[in-house]
Design a protein around this ligand. Structure first.
Ligand code: CAA
Ligand code: NAI
Length: 699
């Protein structure tokens, strides 16, 4: 079947893009468009043209899979096709439904009139792929929607609803019936009226405000500096929009093309493409085929309404799934529900949630103090205290009261899911759902597969994660699963660096500049240093006496009540809200601890900080892959991008490691092992790949 189809409706021809699932504008579609334009533009019987998408959407833009590959000869590029279309003297109308993203919206902007169906999302998300709208989007959007709106949309990559698009002038009309029919009628009316085509490229009125405000771009760059640090694409987007204001359309388009070419093969774009595909690949599990029967999750239960349980209940309610929360007693239940209400209220107060939406969500949450209340639900998440005897007791009860086909999930972060499953007579229906805090905000969900979790249980839970708006990544049972197990390596080395000579603010600066939202010490202060302190004390007996202990300074901070932001002091002081201020008292404590430990403090370079923090993290990722705890290197990357803020433009730790070179990392790990100890020994898989001159991407 051809990638475009033509249907004649009287004098109007409808060209449909037919390239499932998203009508990507790959070479077959572009050839199809070329043939269609050749046929229709020269056919006098055709007075107007409509462009539409077959299937789910108009078009998600360029076919990302073709990036980095030379197009077949004689296939026109998208910018040329769009220019050609726009030049047509016959009216061309876009009938948009579902999604018009990237090149898809650029194609629509080349049309003379745009009609969108309800529930359509439109935007230019190229920046999220490390590139820019390279088919005229940076030139046409500012002309159509104004420079300020174009800057915001193109640099954020945000998709807008058809209603917002109408307000911004990106679409001209919302269709209430069939958008194609409405577009055909419009094309016909425009042709009959003999109205000259309204070309986006000629609509200079959108540029006027910016021409009289030349400081606009510098101002915008200042505002985006924090978010865009370390990246090229957002700045290139701004330069192109600036060019739209400065240069005639054709020159601006040329400028955009040059900038696009520079970005598309750079590491930043490769990293972001990798992240895009890795996020989609996580859903594919080799031994759980796509057609595995799943059970519908229409009702849910959450056991424990503390920090995590409350957030998880919100996650279900936000997805429209009625949820029953069970607490120990009515006081704990009331406190938990009040916290949920307060959380929603804070969002309403900030204007980010409508009151009636909050009310509807609260109405989906029911409290109970008896387990029988969850007897009929489809899916239960347990989030009680992190103690094995309590978890086992809870699962014993759930097994007794819940319907036989219900799935029982645990939110444990450190305990053995198999041991928990052993407390039931249905280990095949038990699984881990490791949400990240705050559960209603963080997108990552580690789905922990037990030894006996059935394919149906896994498929249902992975499907549910999507329904809940989470990125579910399947992991195996081990201490810390994927994310926290790697985090442990990173935090430990950060602590050692401080004992050896760096200050918390040095480490945090290097990590922040690398692209994380914050460094390890600011993060510990945010999460609460007491959390790790309690875990260390509980595990102290297990700590091998011949192994260096990384908690000395943190323990001392906690002994002084410096738990972090919540107590106004931790690794930093917090005088005004959440801004960390380096504290001489902490520096004195650090110096004293180094002395007591017999460590002569030395100057530590930024490069060493980066390597010591990140290489052991990558090394642990290699062990995780070796053991099969994660299915793919890309899955590890997704965990780190969504759970820990690893900069997306670096592709995640495993992708980044490939860009550094595994030989370099393995050599550094050997050196670290010799200098510091066996815990830094390179993973076998790292050594193997390095010796074969391969990367994690080749696995
Ligand atoms: N190219 C190639 N494949 C694409 C694609 C694209 N532009 N967009 C989506 N896909 C693939 C996905 O990888 C996925 O494949 P698998 O089923 O094999 O995993 C499939 O299409 C379905 O995608 P989703 O699971 O993401 O579907 P969704 O319904 O959840 O989301 C969407 C739909 C919002 C369109 C989302 O797919 C999306 O955001 N796509 C990318 C949009 C984008 O960034 N476009 C810009 C492209 S660059 C460009 O256009 C440059 C230019 O200037 C010319
Ligand atoms: P929490 O202490 O805030 O909440 C636990 C709640 O469970 C309390 O409200 C308690 O009253 C209730 N509870 C205890 N026993 C119960 C029982 N038998 N029946 C009903 N309710 C009971 O703890 P938090 O932080 O919410 O942790 C819960 C689980 O989530 C733990 O397994 C923890 O390891 C895990 N987790 C915690 C994260 C965090 O950042 N706090 C992150 C990811 C997982």
């Amino acid at each position: 079947m051809s990638a475009t189809q033509i249907e004649r409706r009287g004098p109007v021809a409808v060209i449909s893009l037919v390239n499932p699932p998203v009508n990507g504008l790959g070479s077959a579609v572009r050839s199809g468009l070329e043939a269609a334009f050749n046929e229709l533009l020269s056919d006098d019987a055709v007075t107007g043209i409509v462009i539409a998408g077959a299937g789910r959407m108009f078009s998600a833009g360029a076919d990302i899979r073709e990036f980095g590959k030379a197009p077949p000869p004689d296939v026109p590029n998208l910018p040329e096709l769009i220019d050609w279309l726009e030049e047509s003297s016959k009216p061309v109308v876009a009938a948009i439904h579902g999604v018009a993203a990237g090149g898809g919206l650029e194609l629509a902007l080349g049309c003379h009139y745009r009609i969108a169906a309800p529930k359509t999302r439109l935007g230019l998300p190229e920046v999220t792929l490390g590139i820019l709208p390279g088919a005229g989007g940076t030139q046409r959007l500012p002309r159509v929607a104004g420079v300020e709106a174009a800057l915001e949309l193109i640099v954020s990559g945000r998709l807008v609803s058809e209603r917002e698009a109408l307000k911004l002038g990106i679409v001209d009309e919302i269709a209430h019936g069939d958008p194609v029919e409405a577009a055909v009628a419009k094309a016909r009316a425009l042709a009959d009226a003999g109205t000259p085509p309204r070309r986006s490229s000629a609509r200079d009125e959108g540029l006027a405000a910016a021409r009289s405000n030349p400081g606009l771009f510098d101002e915008f760059r200042k505002g985006m500096a924090k978010r865009a640090r370390g990246m090229n694409a957002p700045y290139a987007c701004v330069r192109c929009i600036e060019a739209a204001v400065r240069l005639p359309f054709a020159e601006g388009r040329h400028f955009e093309r040059e900038e696009f070419r520079r970005l598309v093969d750079a590491t930043e774009a490769k990293a972001m493409r990798h992240a895009f595909f890795a996020e989609r690949e996580v859903a594919k599990i080799p031994d759980v085929p796509d057609d595995t029967p799943t059970r519908p999750v229409e009702t849910a239960g959450v056991i424990g309404c503390g920090t995590m349980g409350g957030g998880i209940a919100m996650v279900f309610a936000n997805a429209g799934i009625p949820v029953t929360v069970v607490e120990n007693d009515s006081a704990a239940l009331e406190a938990g529900l009040a916290k949920i209400r307060a959380n929603y209220q804070a969002t309403v107060d900030k204007g980010r949630l409508a009151q009636d939406v909050m009310d509807r969500r609260m109405a989906l949450i029911t409290g109970a103090t008896e387990f029988e209340a969850v007897a009929g639900v489809d899916f239960v998440v347990e989030a009680v205290f992190e103690e094995m005897p309590i978890k086992k007791q809870v699962f014993g009860i759930l097994d007794r009261v819940c319907r036989p086909d219900a799935i029982l999930a645990t939110n444990t972060s450190t305990l053995d899911v198999d041991e928990i499953a052993g407390a039931t007579g249905r280990p095949e229906s038990v699984i881990g759902t490791h949400f990240f805090s705050p559960a209603n905000v963080m997108r990552l969900l580690e789905v922990v597969r037990g030894a006996n979790s059935s394919a149906g249980t896994i498929a249902t839970t992975m499907g549910l994660s999507k329904t809940l708006g989470k990125v579910g990544v399947l992991v195996g049972v081990c201490d810390g699963f994927v994310g926290n197990r790697m985090l442990h390596q990173y935090l430990r080395e950060a602590a050692f660096l401080v004992e050896e000579g760096a200050l918390p603010q040095d480490v945090d600066r290097v990590i922040y500049e690398f692209g994380f939202p914050m460094g390890p010490f600011a993060m510990s202060d945010l999460a609460g240093n007491d959390v790790g302190w309690r875990i260390r004390r509980a595990k102290m007996a297990d700590h091998p006496s011949n192994q260096r202990y990384s908690g000395t300074i943190s323990d001392r901070l906690c002994e002084r009540g410096r738990f972090g932001q919540k107590t106004g002091a931790g690794w930093y002081r917090y005088e005004q809200g959440r801004t960390p201020v380096p504290d001489p008292e902490v520096e004195a404590l650090i110096a004293e601890t180094s002395r007591e430990l017999g460590i002569e403090r030395r100057t530590i370079s930024d490069q060493e900080i980066l390597e010591r923090c990140l290489y052991p993290l990558v090394n642990e990722g290699a062990k995780i892959l070796e053991e099969g705890i994660a299915l793919r290197a890309g899955d590890v990357d997704v965990v780190w991008i969504h759970g820990y803020g690893f900069p997306r433009h670096r592709g995640g730790p495993m992708f980044w490691a490939d860009t550094v070179g595994l030989g370099t990392i393995a050599a550094a790990m050997r050196r670290f092992r010799d200098e510091h100890g066996e815990w830094m020994a390179p993973a076998l898989l790292l050594e193997k790949l390095a010796s074969e001159n391969r990367g994690f991407k080749d696995l």
